[in-house]
Design a protein around this ligand. Structure first.
Ligand SMILES: Cc1ncc(COP(=O)(O)O)c(C=O)c1O
Length: 382
C-alpha cells in the first residue's frame, strides 16, 4: 500500500475533532452547545456584509499575492489609529486567516531543523505545522508564577541550552487568555533582537481584552513578524482572511511563496474585510456579550467543581482544571458531549504534560447558548 508522508503524521487538532463529533450528533438531530472552537456566535458586521454584497455584483478574480491595495492600506492605517505606530502598506501582507500567516512564516522565515520557542499550553496548530515543516517546537511549560505567560528569562534559558531561531508569543493567549504585559513584550522583543532570534507575535486576540492593555510588537522595532486576523474580534472566521506585518526583507520571499502556494486570498473576503475597521460599535456590542459570558462562567464554574481557573485577561476562553472529576480530559470531553450535549476542548490539545486534567471552554457563542451550556453542565455534574 502507498503510505502517506511521514510529515503528515501530526497529531489531530482536538478542538476540530470535537467539532466533527458534535456535527455528527447534530446530523442525528441532537442540539449541541458549542464551546469547543473559538468561533464568534455573531455574524460578520453589517458594513462587511454590505461590502461583500457589492463585491458579488462584479467579477471576482485572482488578486496580487500580497493582497489588494485598499485592504493593505486600511490595515496599515489601523496601526496608526489603534496603536499610534506607523506601518507602511508595503510591509502588510493579506493571508488566508492567521493560519495562512503562520504557515507562511514558519516556511519563509526558518529552515528545516530550526528551533522555535513557544509557551505550553498553547494553540496546537503551531506545533503541528512546525512539525510538518520539519521545524522543532521548543515547548516551555508556563504556570501561575508568570501568570501562564512566556518571559524573557524563559527564552534566554532555552537559548542557552540549544540555539533558538525563533520565539512565538500570543497575547492574549489561547487557551489561557493570559496577557503578556507591555513591559514583558518589550523585553522579549529586545532579547530576541539581541540574540538574533526572529520574534513572532500572534496578535489575533487584540481587541478582545478585559483587563490590561494589548500592545503590538511593532512598537518595539520592525524586525518582528506580526500575525493577525479578521476571525476573532471582527467575527469573520469563515471568511478566512487575516494579515501579516513583515520586516522588509521578508516581504518578497513571502510573496514568492504565496504566489505558488495559493496565488491569492479570495477577493470576496478581502473586499469585505476593508469594511471591518468601520464596524466599531457593532463589534464592541458583541464584545460586551463576551464580557457577560466571561462573568457568568467565572461566577458559576467554580461552584460546579472546576478549579484553578486561569486569568482570562483576554480572548474568549476559560481554561480550567477538571482534576476533581477526572484524570482523563479526553474521556471527560467525550462524555460531556454525548451525555450533556456540550462540546468543549480537552487540555491535551494545548499541553501534553498537564493537559489531561484541564478543559477549555470557548465563550464566543451567544449569551443564550453559553448560559444554556452552563445550565447543562450544572445538571450533568449534579
Ligand atoms: C492563537 C490563535 N492563533 C491563530 C488562530 C487561527 O485563526 P484564523 O486562521 O482563523 O485566523 C487561532 C484560532 O483559534 C488562535 O487561537
Amino acid at each position: 500500500m502507498l503510505k502517506p508522508s511521514a510529515r503528515s503524521d501530526v497529531e489531530p487538532f482536538l478542538a476540530m475533532d470535537v467539532m466533527t463529533a458534535a456535527a455528527e450528533l447534530e446530523a442525528a438531530g441532537k442540539r449541541i452547545i458549542h464551546m469547543e472552537v473559538g468561533q464568534p456566535g455573531a455574524p460578520a458586521p453589517a458594513p462587511v456584509l454590505a461590502a461583500a454584497a457589492e463585491a458579488l455584483r462584479g467579477r471576482l478574480g485572482y488578486t496580487e499575492a500580497l493582497g489588494i491595495r485598499t485592504l493593505r492600506e486600511r490595515i496599515a492605517r489601523h496601526y496608526a489609529e489603534a496603536y499610534g505606530v506607523a506601518v507602511p502598506p508595503s510591509r502588510v501582507m493579506v493571508t488566508t486567516g492567521s493560519s495562512g500567516g503562520f504557515n507562511l512564516t514558519f516556511l519563509g522565515a526558518f529552515d528545516a531543523g530550526a528551533r522555535i520557542a513557544m509557551a505550553s499550553p498553547a494553540y496546537p496548530a503551531y506545533r503541528n505545522v512546525m512539525k510538518a515543516l520539519g521545524l522543532l517546537p521548543v515547548e516551555i511549560g508556563v504556570g501561575p508564577e508568570t501568570r501562564w505567560a512566556l518571559t524573557a528569562e524563559h527564552v534566554e534559558a532555552a537559548h542557552r541550552e540549544a540555539s533558538l531561531a525563533g520565539v512565538l508569543v500570543a497575547s492574549p493567549a489561547n487557551p489561557t487568555g493570559t496577557m503578556t504585559s507591555p513591559e514583558e513584550l518589550r523585553r522579549l522583543v529586545a532579547l530576541s533582537d539581541d540574540l538574533g532570534i526572529r520574534f513572532i507575535s500572534d496578535e489575533i486576540y487584540h481587541g478582545l481584552v478585559y483587563a490590561g492593555r494589548a500592545e503590538t510588537a511593532l512598537r518595539h522595532g520592525d524586525r518582528a513578524v506580526v500575525i493577525n486576523s479578521f476571525s476573532k474580534y471582527y467575527c469573520m472566521t469563515g471568511w478566512r482572511v487575516g494579515w501579516l506585518v513583515l520586516p522588509d526583507e521578508l516581504v518578497r520571499p513571502f510573496e514568492r511563496l504565496s504566489q505558488s502556494l495559493y496565488i491569492s486570498v479570495p477577493e470576496l473576503s478581502q473586499r469585505a474585510a476593508v469594511a471591518a475597521f468601520d464596524s466599531g460599535a457593532e463589534l464592541e456590542a458583541v464584545k460586551a456579550g463576551y464580557a457577560r459570558n466571561r462573568a457568568a462562567l467565572l461566577e458559576r464554574l467554580p461552584g460546579l467543581g472546576f478549579d484553578e481557573i486561569l486569568p482570562v485577561d483576554g480572548a474568549f476562553y476559560v481554561y480550567a482544571s477538571v482534576a476533581r472529576f477526572t484524570n482523563d480530559a479526553l474521556d471527560f470531553a467525550s462524555r460531556m458531549l454525548r451525555e450533556a450535549g456540550v462540546a468543549a476542548t480537552p487540555g491535551p490539545d494545548f499541553d501534553h504534560a498537564r493537559g489531561h486534567r484541564y478543559m477549555r471552554f470557548s465563550f464566543a457563542g451567544t449569551e443564550g447558548d453559553i448560559g444554556e451550556g452552563i445550565d447543562r453542565l450544572a445538571h450533568w455534574l449534579r
